[in-house]
Design a protein around this ligand. Structure first.
Ligand SMILES: Nc1nc2c(ncn2[C@@H]2O[C@H](COP(=O)(O)OP(=O)(O)OP(=O)(O)O)[C@@H](O)[C@H]2O)c(=O)[nH]1
Ligand SMILES: [Mg+2]
Length: 413
């Protein structure tokens, strides 16, 4: 079983082409992921749908081809672009006499390399334990099928499975408790921020879209930005001063990716919670990417999944410095039918258009204040001159937020 990090390993990537339109993109992305994990993607082996062996995931002829390519390339690791069962992984490792991992395992590896904060590390550990648990079940149910389901209890295999399961379950419980404690602390900090009524903005987007670069240009902070997938794992927040408005808080956060393993979304609840509680989301998009549309859709799906799709949102079309002249009108601030900021075309790297984003942020924060005031006035039936008394603490739920009226910022208009 593959246990150590993939750092510095030469790798051969394996994909099964099932005719999915995004197959080539997802293989290119796997290569970037492998590179981000520190391995060296040396070659790819593509299998066609149809001739597959359930015990090996791909056909035995393909496994032989893979073995040959790995020998030629002097590669120690095969990375599959698909989820493998532990049995398939073991069988493949036996055939190839080399390490094998799947896409989820690779992403988890990157995450464990990147996690810095206590909360980040705990989240990754929990995701790893859950990944192992889900595979444990699959591994043993396979053996149970082999036994023919006679209903015999207490065999040596079952005892081992029970032990493994219990050990992992205990570990998961401990980590869940720890995370709960950390999340409570996070919540207290968030409350304090809300009490001070600081307008909060979350940067979200596909991995490598340029969130950290934008965060750095906006806040002049030294967040780690790199041409790697999942360069950022922990949420970082900084104050940003806007002329005529005062301070707002901007948070940089983990990027999204297609087919994000479910265990990760679950385990990263604490990180994603920061996103749900923002007053405004800046969806950073690599406007130059040939798959910008797909990446955008992927991010929107995750936002919906975590219940953040009701939060006002501005799309930041980033990297316009790389766009061919004929495709760009330069830095632009687009507005929706009601005149509210909906899209900003800019370059986080060169700073072109950053002033437009600042304008949009200032407008939104002022607008949000006004909406909040209106809301509280209606609720408490205050006379107009009582507007300026301190606002009640905002509830800490995604469902209730007076600023969440999507129409105010709708991008669909
Ligand atoms: N040309 C150009 N490159 C950019 C721009 N913004 C970011 N980049 C590059 O894009 C790459 C990714 O940038 P990051 O800021 O790390 O991206 P991220 O969205 O934070 O990525 P993750 O943390 O991995 O999810 C880096 O190589 C940046 O230099 C831009 O406006 N123009
Ligand atoms: Mg980043």
């Amino acid at each position: 079983m593959y246990k150590t990090g993939v750092d510095a390993a030469r790798a051969v990537l394996v994909g099964v082409d099932t005719g999915r339109e995004d197959f080539a993109d997802s293989m290119a992305e796997l290569s970037l992921l492998a590179d981000s994990a520190g391995s060296i993607p040396a070659a790819s082996v593509i299998a066609r749908k149809g001739k597959t062996d359930p015990a090996l995931f791909i056909g035995s002829g393909k496994v032989n081809e893979l073995k040959r390519v790995m020998e030629e390339q002097n590669a120690e690791l095969a990375i599959f672009n698909h989820p493998l069962s532990p049995t398939q992984q073991r069988n493949l490792e036996r055939h190839l006499d080399r390490h094998v991992m799947d896409r989820t395992g690779l992403i988890l590896d990157i995450f464990s390399q990147r996690a810095q904060s206590h909360i980040g590390k705990t989240q990754v550990e929990l995701a790893q334990v859950r990944y192992r648990m889900s595979r444990l079940v699959r591994a043993w149910s396979h053996l149970e099928r082999q036994r023919g389901g006679i209903g015999v209890r207490g065999g040596p295999g079952e005892t081992q499975m029970e032990l493994d399961r219990r050990m992992l379950a205990t570990k998961a419980k401990r980590l869940e408790n720890e995370l709960e404690k950390l999340q409570r602390q996070q919540k207290t900090q968030r409350r304090a921020r809300h009490r001070q009524d600081v307008f909060s903005v979350s940067l979200v987007g596909y991995t490598n879209a340029g969130k950290s670069t934008l965060f750095n240009s906006l806040t002049k902070a030294g967040a780690y930005a790199a041409d790697q997938l999942f360069a950022t794992l922990d949420t970082t927040s900084r104050k940003v001063h806007l002329d005529g408005v005062g301070s707002i808080v901007v948070s940089d956060t983990v990027g999204f990716i297609r087919d994000l393993p479910h265990q990760l979304v679950e385990a990263f609840r604490a990180t994603l919670d920061e996103t749900i509680h923002a007053d405004l989301i800046l969806h950073v998009i690599d406007a130059c990417s040939p798959v910008a549309r797909e990446q955008k859709a992927e991010v929107e799906a995750v936002l919906e999944e975590i219940g953040a799709d009701q939060i006002p949102r501005i799309e930041v079309m980033n990297k316009i410095d790389q766009m061919p002249q004929t495709f760009t009108r330069g830095a632009v601030l687009e507005r929706d039918g009601q005149g509210f900021p909906s899209q900003v075309f800019l370059s986080a790297k060169t700073g072109l258009g950053l002033d437009l984003l600042r304008t949009a942020l200032a407008e939104c924060s002022q607008m949000t204040d006004r909406i909040r005031f209106e809301h509280n006035r209606a609720k408490k039936q205050l006379a107009p001159d009582e507007f300026l008394e301190p606002l009640p603490e905002r509830p800490d739920t995604a469902e209730f937020n007076p600023t969440l009226n999507r129409n105010y910022f709708s991008n669909d208009a």
